[in-house]
Ligand binder design. Sequence first.
Ligand code: GLA
Length: 402
Amino acid sequence: MNKYESEVCSVFEARFGHAPARTFFAPGRVNLIGEHIDYNGGRVMPCSLSLGTYAAASPRADGRIRLVSADMRGGVIEADIGAVSALECRPECFSGFGWAAYPLGVAAKLASRSHSIGGFEMAVCGSLPRGSGLSSSASLEVLTCAVLKELFGLTLDGVSASLLSLEAERDCAGVNCGIMDQFVCAMGRRGAAVLLDTHTLEYGYFPFDPGENVLLIMNTKKPRRLADSKYNERRAECEEALRLIGGLFEPQKTALCEITPEEFASVSAVLPEPLLRRARHAVTENRRTLEAAEALEAGDIARLGRLINASHDSLRDDYEVTGRALDTIVEAARSHPAVLGARMTGAGFGGCAIAIAERSAAEDVIAHVSALYRSRIGYDCEIYTAETGDAPFGKDDNDENC
Ligand code: GLA
């Protein structure tokens, strides 16, 4: 048992007065490349992490749901499975539950699909730095799917669990995100990156072994304050760009990422600013992700590093979702000769960036970036080596997708 499992078990026992039936884990994620295109039908390439969310849980016979978080102030949140199942899945109906809107939203979504679930007790605790953009909410949603599947013997595969978790996030928590985070938190595997086509949900695993290199997570410690409002604004801009150019093709394009960079060049003059740059990011990022898959397959980490750099530049200049903290940490990393590439990861506007660096120089890179960041931004960042981890549904299927 690691320290988080012990902690979640002691919180469970202290609050509920008995030992849990079982413990569970669902990972957080970093996205290697393919940013802000999971709502444009693009390809994304995230990895599941060894950091994530732990749960200790037991079923209850009386239909009561009792939830407690080791990380949040406040006591046990109580609800009744009958009442939760009857709630309309709208944010207003769940906002009063605070953090528990995520697990209760998942329970409501499962019930709405005629899965037979009863009451349960669950304690959770996380090893992901909160608010850092490593997908703590998707991790909690998928974790709840894994818990309820096990406690109530549900028939639920990983793709269905990710889609259901996405619906809970959109409808019950009110965040209009794409499928990437829930998918990789459900389906990721240790030592692998997932290449997911968000248009068709076809996916495959690519061995992610940086070899002589390491993947660093660089947390700017800048809260992602603008993330939700700007996220929705970018989505709307992409929809508008597609409306303007999709019909110029025969057959009509139904997602921006169906357009190749070559095709885009022939229609881009139709788009006003900033829609031109927003759409150009989507189209070129999709191509970069496919090239990154080729680079991984060939074990060409230097090429992956160059693609990662180009991705950040596009997110900074065309998509405008980076900001000073992320640009500063990425520039600081790139100014070290042992760094092969660096970029923001996730929604942007704060949160985390990643860097690929030579393993032998990792300590030096961390010291270099930390000092530069502090001198330019005025407070400390936090940098550590990313380890990939197994997701609860990652090994459910056969190995056709390897
Ligand atoms: C957030 C969303 C994802 C994705 C990324 C940007 O993490 O939850 O669906 O859109 O931003 O790539």
